[in-house]
Design a binder for this molecule. Structure first.
Ligand code: PHE
Ligand code: ZN
Length: 848
């Protein structure tokens, strides 16, 4: 009754909907949408409810007969037709509505971006287009006619006819409304083709605004690589003769998997060496893969209701991570993914927004497109794969596609295919889906008479609404090294199911050094009393690349946290790092990761988890001091490595070249503390690609010497919105913290701060919140600025305002004064008259 939706209230839709026919007559202020729905009752006497918001009803008829006002009820949320007004069997409902795409600033439903029409319907945007059962378990075949004078008129499926001013599309695959898409505009395409494993030819088009077409080649190649990979890794073939992908500049999220017509934020499509960084290239390939993979895990098999969101998202993230891992360097990708998981999901799980991958209630589903649903959802799929093995996983997925193709499914269906294909009982494992919180795994060891014992205990702290935490089923990958560095027990998966459990290894000649949670085999916090010597030993000797990096990370984190309360840098860490950076047997990308210190937010998070004081200024100083020590101690080696890792020849975005560039920039950021940023300035001046220009610019910003370069950068790129986003975010996230809130205010007054554009809005607010000590400046100026802009954006674009409010999710970490300031800003937001449901739910949860 308070507007909350509960999983336990799920009921099937009382009608079947076989076919939909839509006609759009496009006009910016008055688009007409006619819909004909072929419906049939599944239960007798049920009223017909259709969702619909912000629609002007023009006409309403059943089987050609106009309905009378007494036949139906029209509310803000939709249209309900009384049972008495419905025929007995199948019937056709016809509606016509009017909408105003030009006034749609929420970017949900049909809206306009730089003169082009486009749609975003997930999760519940279709109800802003026409009256419809807007729920994922209603799957229908769509026929679409678009009338408009644009040269390009696109919808899902296959083109079935077009002429001057119109086009018709037919999608043979039944789908829920959230996968509907329409695009109309003066667009140009880059074409390609792909031949599927059964020999069918698919036409591929990347559609962009004129002028952007020279930045589409990489995206087209990535699409073809994704199509091939899904055939090889999952046996999945594409199922239409056409695949369209459109780039739009105004988009709330990353991209959308609409059937046969993916719509992308242009930042995840457009790339050239001069405008995109190595990281952009990697993300573009990953997200193109992600949306393409949704064709099977999302479109052909979709979700029964929105509580099951991680059924498609967790699985599809897992798939895109595996794809990137195969295209690039597997161990490096795994480390990057774990950095993201900890930085976003562990952080979310440790605060007031903690929720399970499958939540059981929400007010606004848009608020649940979270790191927990996506990234933790992917980890849970990874654990299933670890438990049943690679062949067992393939068998389970084959069964999933065979059993559920064309259906709208649940997490129970998903778990059942693993149980049925492997014969295992996964009822305890299911807690990973239904329970919130990050388990903490404590481990102690013991060696006696050749027998080595590892004893684990697990504990998950209470989370909002879930005080009790039953034990999880945790796959713990372990290897043992002998004191001379040989691996005496190769990677073995221990399965922990109890609160406390021991595992023994026999026949050992000496007490081994354990390498625990290899490959990060479960999303847990591992707590182990261990010496710096042992971590240094693992950093030097572990055969598991993830745990080798992890040992270095543990050392870095330990010394940094000690330094926040006045300790000196740990020499064990400083020396161990020196040995690694010169180790030519390690890939440059891996060495770059080792050289990159944990970020300030990560240090804050680990202090908080350990129950210690979190002082943002002390953290910033400690990190800077450790960098200075490393730079001083290893200056010669770093300078040598900087020179040796220059990449010859023209720019290529492949993993090996990107790895070299990232190593070179990691060296540069340390060297700049020794050479007064001379090398960085020279690199900025000579760089021929965005990776190096932006890398050098960021370093100059960090040392406070970027004025000339920032002005030059702005002058050169002011006409390119995606590059200008980088200009905003780089200076804000990296500038000296004391200056950050004032710089944010100055940048918000820049004529190029187009705050209605989500990418630009995020580049300024996200830039500020990424500057940890700057956002948390003692006087609260960062919080105030941030809250002011959320309040301003909310009436226009509630979805983006609500997402950005997560910057406040960590309030409980900080001192009383900061806590009060953050909570006061949240309370101020919550008290705004007319606050959206999106931001209203977020502030309520954040305040607890
Ligand atoms: N379903 C999209 C994806 O993960 C994300 C998205 C959600 C996009 C909601 C827009 C709106 O690929
Ligand atoms: Zn997705």
């Amino acid at each position: 009754m308070d507007g909350t939706t509960y999983l336990s209230d799920y009921r099937p839709y009382p009608f079947t909907l076989d076919h939909v026919s839509l006609t759009f007559r496009l006009a910016p202020k008055a688009t007409r949408v006619k819909a004909a729905l072929s419906l049939a009752p599944r239960e007798e006497g049920a009223p017909l409810h259709l969702d619909g918001e912000e629609l002007k009803l023009i006409s309403l008829a059943i089987d050609g007969q106009a309905l009378k006002p007494a036949d139906y009820l029209l509310t803000e949320a939709g249209l309900t037709i009384h049972p008495a007004a419905l025929p007995e069997g199948a019937f056709t409902l016809e509606t016509e509505v009017e909408i105003a795409p030009e006034d749609n600033t929420a970017l949900e439903g049909l809206y306009m971006s730089k003169g082009m029409y486009c749609t975003q319907c997930e999760a519940e945007g279709f109800r802003k287009i026409t009256f419809y059962p807007d729920r994922p378990d209603v799957m229908a075949r769509f026929h679409v006619r678009i009338e408009g004078d644009q040269s390009v008129l696109l919808s899902n499926g296959n083109p079935v006819g077009h002429g001057p001013g119109w086009a018709e599309w037919d999608d043979p695959w039944p789908k829920p409304a959230y996968l509907f898409a329409l695009v109309a505009g003066e667009l140009v395409a880059t074409h390609g083709t792909f031949t599927t494993m059964s020999g069918k030819t698919v036409d591929l088009n990347i559609w962009v605004r004129p002028g952007d077409e020279d930045r589409t080649a990489f995206a087209l190649g990535a699409l073809a690589r994704a199509m091939k990979w899904d055939e090889e890794a999952y046996g999945r073939e594409y199922d239409l003769s056409l695949f369209n992908l459109v780039a739009v500049d105004d988009f709330n999220m990353g991209a959308m998997e609409n059937k046969g017509l993916n719509i992308f934020n242009s930042k995840l499509v457009l790339a050239s060496p001069e405008t995109a960084t190595d990281l952009d290239y990697e993300r573009i390939e990953g997200v193109i893969g992600h949306e393409y993979f949704h064709n099977w895990t999302g479109d052909r098999i979709t979700c029964r209701d929105w509580f099951q969101l991680c059924l498609k998202e967790g699985l599809t993230v897992f798939r895109d991570q595996s794809f990137t891992s195969d295209m690039r360097l597997g161990p490096v990708k795994r480390i990057e993914d774990v950095i993201t998981l900890r930085g976003r999901q562990f952080r979310e799980d440790a605060g007031p927004l903690s929720h399970p991958p499958r939540p059981d209630h929400y007010r606004e589903i848009n608020n649940f497109y979270t790191a927990t649903v996506y990234e933790k959802g992917a980890e849970v799929v990874g654990m299933l794969k670890t438990l049943v093995g690679p062949e067992g996983y393939r068998k389970a997925l084959d069964l999933y596609f065979e059993r559920h193709d064309g259906q709208a499914c649940t997490i129970e269906d998903w778990i059942k295919v693993f149980e049925d294909s492997s014969g295992r009982d996964l009822s305890q494992f299911k807690h990973w889906y239904t329970d919130a919180g990050t388990p903490r795994l404590k481990v102690t060891d013991n060696f006696k008479d050749g027998t080595y014992t590892l004893e684990f205990t697990q504990e998950t702290r209470p989370t909002p609404g879930q005080p009790e935490k039953p034990a999880r089923h945790i796959p713990i990958a372990v290897g043992l090294l002998s004191p001379n560095g040989d691996e005496v027990v190769p990677t073995t998966v221990l399965e922990m199911t109890g609160d406390r459990q021991s595992f023994t290894f026999t026949g050992l000649g000496a007490k081994p050094v354990p390498s625990i949670l290899r490959g990060f085999s479960a999303p847990v916090v591992l707590e182990r009393e261990t010496s710096a010597e042992e971590q240094a030993f693992l950093l030097a000797n572990d055969t598991d690349p993830f745990n080798r990096w992890e040992a270095g990370r543990n050392l870095a984190r330990a010394t940094l946290t000690a330094m926040t309360v006045g300790a000196e840098p740990d020499p064990a860490y400083v020396e161990a790092l020196g040995a690694l950076i010169g180790d030519e047997s390690l890939s440059p990308a891996f060495r770059a990761l080792i050289l990159r210190l944990p970020g300030e937010d990560e240090i804050a998070q680990s202090l908080f988890t350990a129950g210690r004081t979190v002082d943002p200024d002390a953290i910033h100083r400690a990190r800077h001091a450790l960098m200075a020590t490393l730079a001083e101690r290893h200056e010669t080696a770093l300078a040598h490595l900087f020179d040796a890792s220059a990449v010859p020849g023209p720019y290529k975005p492949d993993a090996a070249s990107a790895g070299l560039r990232s190593l070179r920039l990691a060296c540069l950021s340390l060297l700049s503390l020794r050479d007064d940023a001379a090398r960085a300035r020279a690199l900025y001046a000579s760089a021929g690609n965005m990776t190096e220009s932006l890398g050098a610019l960021g370093i100059l910003v960090t040392v406070g010497k970027a004025e000339t370069e920032l002005a030059a950068f702005r002058k050169r790129w002011q006409g390119n919105p995606l590059v200008m986003d980088k200009w905003f975010v780089t200076q804000l996230s990296l500038c000296p913290p004391d200056e950050a809130p004032d710089l944010a205010a100055r940048l918000a007054a820049d004529p190029l701060f187009d705050w209605r554009n989500p990418n630009r809005f995020r580049s300024v607010l996200g830039g500020l919140s990424a500057n940890h000590a700057g956002f948390h400046r003692k006087d609260g100026a960062g919080y105030r600025f941030y809250a002011d802009w959320l309040i301003r954006l909310d009436p226009l674009n509630p979805q983006t305002a609500a997402r950005m409010s997560t910057a406040f999710e960590t309030w409980a970490r900080y001192d009383k004064a900061r806590q009060e300031k953050m909570r006061a800003e949240l309370a101020r937001i919550a008290a705004q008259p007319g606050l959206s449901r999106d931001l209203g739910e977020m502030t309520a949860r954040l305040l607890g």
